[in-house]
Design a protein around this ligand. Structure first.
Ligand SMILES: Nc1ncnc2c1ncn2[C@@H]1O[C@H](COP(=O)(O)OP(=O)(O)OP(=O)(O)O)[C@@H](O)[C@H]1O
Ligand SMILES: [Mg+2]
Length: 277
């Protein structure tokens, strides 16, 4: 059984099916990508599995448990942690404290742990913050405030904050938006390193270079439906995928389709924007 399984998942907004009968698996230990044109329903899918929007039909299991009826905070406690497309950082807190807020997730039994082992929960959260800072090479910026940092650094802090919550599956909604090619490639390298920390990943991004290079498996959405899925090499050569991007950036999609090597194989391919950020 996959870590996350969506079956027949549909989300209707007043009759418009933003997600339409989606079957999707995220295997533990993998980085799974979701791509598709603007308005295809990518964010809706993350909203649906994290409990931020209601599922009209179908179901989702996480770690073997049906998520029906579970609130977003309960899903996050289970290890299903998301980022948002629009990044909100706490501007008055340092980078480290921005992460600490996410790392300290008190559970109902925390007060017992505090009685018998004072400070243990806090120390675990502090340790997790340092792991997250290190994973994104942000340790040197830990005492700065977000307003002192570049857009690229702020995006990385958003990812680090979600990592500090110690997810089993981390769902990232366009973490590379607004990053330049070099920053995006660096982010890709960081994301692969999360797998070594035991964190599985689900990545939405319009940067085709990033998604094709770092993902183990990719799903493609168009008008709410999965139109293709498979390993990157298969997806980038799929005529339905190239057609879905016609009118947007067919040239880039076809250039990617012709790319024969991936960065993981040790050869650089240029990151390409598909979409209209
Ligand atoms: N809360 C909502 N109420 C009504 N319609 C919505 C809502 N959220 C999304 N939609 C609609 O559902 C469709 C899918 O939107 P969604 O944001 O999931 O797309 P997306 O693939 O994430 O797009 P983008 O690449 O631009 O972020 C769009 O037609 C959108 O207008
Ligand atoms: Mg979106």
């Amino acid at each position: 059984m996959a870590l996350l399984e969506a079956r027949g998942l549909s989300v209707s907004y007043g009759g418009l099916y933003a997600n339409d009968d989606i079957d999707l698996d995220c295997e533990a230990g993998q980085l799974v990508g979701l791509i598709g044109p603007n308005g295809a329903g990518k964010t809706t899918f993350i909203d649906a599995i994290t409990g931020f929007t209601s599922i009209t039909e179908g179901y989702v299991t996480f770690d073997g448990e049906d998520l029906a009826g579970k609130r977003p905070d309960a899903r996050s406690q289970m290890g299903l942690v998301r980022t948002f497309q629009s990044l909100e950082l706490f501007e008055d807190l340092t980078v480290r404290d921005n992460l600490l807020v996410a790392a300290e997730r008190p559970r109902w039994y925390s007060f017992l742990a505090d009685v018998f082992w004072p400070g243990r929960g806090k120390q675990a959260a502090l340790d997790q913050v340092e792991v997250a800072l290190e994973a994104l090479q942000l340790t040197d910026l830990a005492d700065k405030h977000p307003s002192d940092l570049s857009h690229g650094q702020r995006k990385l802090i958003g990812v680090a904050r979600a990592l500090a919550a110690k997810p089993k599956l981390l769902l990232l909604d366009e973490p590379a938006a607004g990053l330049d090619t070099k920053e995006s490639q660096l982010l890709g390298d960081h994301l692969r390193s999360f797998l070594d920390l035991g964190v599985s990943l689900f990545l939405i991004d319009h940067d085709m270079g990033l998604v094709l290079n770092v993902c183990d498996y990719i799903y493609v959405l168009d008008f709410g439906k999965v139109i293709a899925h498979g390993p990157p090499a298969q997806v980038r050569a799929d005529p339905a995928v190239i057609a879905a991007y016609l009118g947007e950036s067919a040239g880039e999609a076809q250039a990617e389709a012709g790319a024969s090597a991936s960065r993981r194989a040790g050869v650089a391919t240029p990151a390409t924007e598909v979409g209209d950020e």
